[in-house]
Design a binder for this molecule. Structure first.
Ligand code: ATP
Length: 405
């Protein structure tokens, strides 16, 4: 219906980008992008008026709209645009354009196809760069020779597509990649934009497979000063992914940014000085915890071995983030004592409800202040070591320790 309404308004609409590519790959397309030769808000409004149950959200900053029908199927509407790069790796200047200009600004031929949505020509493919042929040949081809220089994020996008769809760069694009790297193009890209792309890469399910492309495309420098010395990295990352899956099956509500344990594993043999250099450039969240984890990880088996009581072990784990613990479980997968201790901490120890909270301790006669915090910590340790299990024996224990009269 959107094609009909768009035509009535005189603003033709086309299905574009990944959705068209995924259609030919017979893959499920999570996002349906529609390019409109005209005003997206006007089209969204007309759809709302004419399609039962349709509603939309307009994003004034980008001039885009998300249109959703009563079944929850969503379309991302964006105005066709023409882009011009004022300088290498800079953000483009954007002007309204037609569908041909919109396809010309895209990254790879396989992503530069459009399908007409107007009723008379519904389903007709626009494929000005032979994307369909490249898709069949498994080739990622840029639209012009300066593409990677204009926008080096396309190199990392290419790496992701090559990994996900088992494709390769077209021969001339290997040459373009070499030129872009010789021009040191990534130094001109902002840290925030680079980090965004790296994050997507680290979140890839097929990340262990992407590593061989990082080597082949000579891109390891983006993540670490030198490629990993041994070829154990794919196994390590795969183990990390298994641990993440284990955790999310155990605690589906646990918030975890997948890219942090992955980055921890990629950096586990890199010097902290070199890591700091990367962190200075990227807006990585929780960077001080990440550094603290990386500091602790190498000595972890020894530190845990020295800790005899369950509370001592739990205190060690408490200093490591959940992401760091998952990384430790992957690094020391052949140390069952360590892995069991980590699992016990994640599943049980960190979640033990305290027999008393601060307020209850105050009603028992303890004063507020730092000593209250200390008592709570002692109670927790006694609980972890099996000395107390409920309010009654916790109160007895406090009396025995001379904390309560
Ligand atoms: P998926 O969502 O499955 O990862 P996609 O191709 O839909 O794949 P998006 O990042 O959603 O990926 O981008 C949508 C479309 O926008 C792409 O297919 C491509 O045509 C275009 N595009 C996105 N980023 C760029 C870029 N940096 N340079 C040129 N075109 C781009």
């Amino acid at each position: 219906q959107i094609g009909r309404i768009a035509q009535q308004l005189g603003t033709p609409a086309y299905l574009v980008g990944g959705a068209v590519r995924d259609l030919f790959l017979k893959r499920y397309a999570p996002d349906l992008d529609v390019a409109v030769e005209g005003d997206t808000r006007m089209l969204a409004e007309a759809c709302k008026a004419q399609i039962h149950g349709a509603h939309y959200q307009f994003h004034a900053q980008f001039g885009t709209a998300i249109l959703e029908d009563s079944q929850g199927v969503a379309l991302d509407l964006a105005q066709c645009r023409l882009e011009h790069y004022p300088a290498p790796a800079a953000l483009p200047e954007v002007h309204p354009g037609n569908i041909h200009a919109d396809l010309a600004r895209r990254d790879f031929t396989v992503n530069a196809m459009a399908i007409r949505l107007d009723p008379q020509h519904f389903g007709i493919l626009l494929d000005p760069y032979d994307g369909q042929a490249d898709l069949q040949a498994g080739l990622l081809r840029t639209l012009h020779s300066r593409s990677f220089l204009d926008d080096p994020t396309r190199i990392l996008r290419g790496l992701r597509f090559a990994t996900r769809f088992q494709m390769d760069l077209a021969p001339e694009c290997h040459q373009q990649l070499k030129q872009a790297l010789q021009a040191d193009i990534f130094t001109q890209l902002s840290g925030a934009r680079l980090w965004r792309e790296l994050r997507y890469l680290l979140e890839l399910e097929a990340l262990p497979v992407a590593l061989s492309l990082l080597t082949a495309w000579k891109l390891w420098f983006l993540l670490r000063p030198t490629p990993p010395a041994s070829n154990t990295m794919p196994t390590l990352l795969q183990r990390g992914q298994e641990q993440i899956q284990w955790l999310s099956a155990q605690f589906p509500e646990e918030p975890l940014a997948i890219f942090i344990p992955m980055l921890t594993l990629i950096w586990q043999d890199v010097t902290l000085r070199d890591i700091q250099h990367y962190l200075d450039r990227w807006p990585v969240p929780d960077r001080s915890q990440l550094l603290a984890d990386l500091r602790v990880l190498p000595g972890l088996p020894d530190t845990l071995l020295k800790a005899k009581r369950p509370s001592q072990k739990a205190n060690i784990w408490q200093g490591v983030s959940v992401a760091g613990i998952l990384a430790a479980m992957a690094i020391y997968a052949d140390n069952p004592t360590l892995v069991d201790s980590a699992r016990l901490y994640l599943q049980v120890q960190r979640r033990l409800p305290s027999p008393f909270n601060g307020q209850e301790l105050q009603t028992l006669g303890l004063k507020a202040g730092p000593s209250l915090g200390k008592t709570l910590k002692l109670l927790r340790e006694a609980q972890l070591d099996g000395e107390i299990s409920n309010k009654e024996n916790a109160q007895q224990w406090l009396i025995k320790q001379g904390i309560l009269p």
